[in-house]
Design a protein around this ligand. Structure first.
Ligand code: TYD
Ligand code: MG
Length: 471
């Protein structure tokens, strides 16, 4: 027998509470608990029905690899781990207006061009609005089926009983927060609706072998709105991110059951929609014709792909007891650590100066391998001496001032050389360093191994270093 009860659900973490309160005890967020009604069926004991026997197979048995089909957008395929997997669910999160609908519209048209039947179901825009956008982007395609719907029951009724030969293999739901199940009393976008709607759609996708894309909104603090459980339910979670005022967009995998999670796809938003950037390094390097002080190029890695970015520093005199330190695109704790190492191990004073550090282009760097480039940029800004032109750096700085080796040395160097850099400062501790330059076949750039940050400072700014401490 079904009875109606209500429960109080935290919209942030999905925890269920017996009564309303201002703060969720589970996740600590304020004002996130709302009342939702549920129809509860009396649970039956396991003894009341007989289970079906399930088939067990050995781990060694020959199961077919998941068949993949490329989307035709190389940057999207890279992040998906090589293309679409039938029967999988992909969640794409991102800030409003970042370009999720544009990306999926372009993807759906590219996929349809390969003869795969696609349906794009929008709960946010009318068919006319989607068509208008497609027309403006030159993406009109008779092979893509469009609908504007929000009822999960109607969507499943349409997709689950396809006419022969007309079955959609790729379905886009834009967005999951607008979808609702009519047997739940909660409003669309609430935890119970999002959870139940995704469950039904994913179940249908698995049954029919459909690749399902769900668009998810993100909350103020950057998580996909709704319970974390949504991220557990899908096979792949992608975030589409970018900085306001910059036109590049990064598609990042944070969970992928069918591929790695350290890959990124880079796009540029323009008047003709999103354009793929297959060589992102060029995008993040500023015009380096005239060397300026305080700038250093870092040879980084994003997933399996090398990415060169420019690190910029500015040092200004400070008259405050606690001088300002501001960081954009990097970790402020890491900056504090490098300043402390430079002060203590090299005797270079920053305590009476304001320090500003920024990663050009608006990208975020999270690798510790950027330490060396940050230190060089700081020193170059402090002494107002430009670094040697066309040189790149990478290496992690330890607390004693030693430069530690990082992974993928060769890939970083090759990318730098490809972009016209002629010298590199790299850690002496890198495993390959023992064999010197000979093992980097075909590399003609001048590679300098540095052991400590103090030696680097002496090599680059020897004359300017006032106080010398034995390296
Ligand atoms: P949209 O895909 O609607 O974002 P989302 O679905 O993530 O909310 O993108 C809308 C933004 O993209 C909007 O601010 C305008 C911009 N845009 C362009 O700059 N050029 C274009 O060709 C398109 C289609 C959108
Ligand atoms: Mg949208």
């Amino acid at each position: 027998m079904a009875k109606q009860t209500s429960q109080f659900v935290c919209q942030s973490c999905g925890a269920i509470h017996p009564k309303w309160s201002g703060k969720c005890d589970d996740c600590g967020n304020w004002n996130t608990i709302t009342e939702e009604s549920v129809s509860e069926t009396t649970p039956k004991g396991l003894t009341s029905g007989k289970g079906k026997k399930i088939d067990l197979v050995t781990l060694s048995s020959d199961t077919k690899d998941a068949a993949r089909s490329a989307t035709g957008i190389a940057e999207l395929d890279r992040v998906l781990g090589g293309g679409l997997v039938a029967g999988s669910a992909v969640l794409i999160g991102g800030d409003p207006g970042i370009g999720k609908s544009t990306l999926l519209l372009q993807a759906v048209v590219a996929i349809a061009q390969k003869g795969i039947a696609c349906s794009y179901i929008s709960g946010e825009e009318s068919v006319a609005q989607v068509t208008l956008r497609a027309k403006r982007l030159g993406l009109l395609s008779p092979k893509v089926q469009l609908a504007s719907a929000t009822s999960v029951r109607d969507i499943i009724a349409t997709l689950d009983t396809p006419q022969a030969g007309n079955a959609a293999e790729v379905v886009i739901i834009d967005s999951i927060q607008t979808m609702y199940l009519d047997n739940l009393d909660a409003a669309p976008g609430t935890v119970s609706q999002v959870r139940a709607a995704s469950h039904e759609l994913i179940k249908m996708a698995k049954k029919r072998g459909i690749t399902l894309f769900l668009v998810g909104h993100v909350t103020k603090d950057g998580q996909i709105a709704g319970p974390r459980v949504l991220e557990h339910m899908v096979d792949t979670v992608l975030y589409f991110e970018g900085e306001r005022g910059h036109e590049f967009r990064i598609l990042r995998a944070v969970k992928n059951r069918f591929g790695g999670t350290d890959e990124i796809g880079v796009f540029e938003m323009g008047n003709e929609g999103l354009r793929e950037i297959s060589n992102p390094s060029a995008l993040f390097l500023s015009n380096r014709e005239h060397p300026i002080s305080g700038a250093c190029v870092f040879a980084g890695m994003e997933g399996s792909r090398p990415l060169l970015v420019e690190i910029q520093a500015l040092i200004a005199p400070s008259y405050m007891s606690a001088p300002r330190r501001a960081v954009v695109g990097w970790d402020s704790n890491r900056l504090a650590m490098i300043l402390a190492v430079l002060e203590t191990r090299c005797g270079i004073r920053f305590s009476d100066k304001e320090v500003y550090l920024s990663v050009a282009g608006g990208i975020r760097v999270s690798e510790p391998a950027a330490d060396l480039a940050v230190a060089a940029a700081l020193l170059s800004a402090l002494y107002d001496m430009p670094l040697p032109s066309s040189c790149v750096m990478f290496g992690e700085i330890g607390l004693s001032g030693e430069i530690r080796g990082v992974s993928r040395t060769e890939a970083r160097l090759r990318e730098a050389e490809k972009l016209g850099f002629s010298s590199a400062y790299i850690p002496a501790a890198s495993p390959q360093a023992t064999a010197k330059n000979s093992q980097y076949k075909g590399l003609t750039m001048n590679i300098k191994h540095v052991e400590t940050v103090h030696l680097l400072a002496r090599q680059l700014f020897g004359a300017a270093l006032t106080k010398k401490v034995a390296g």
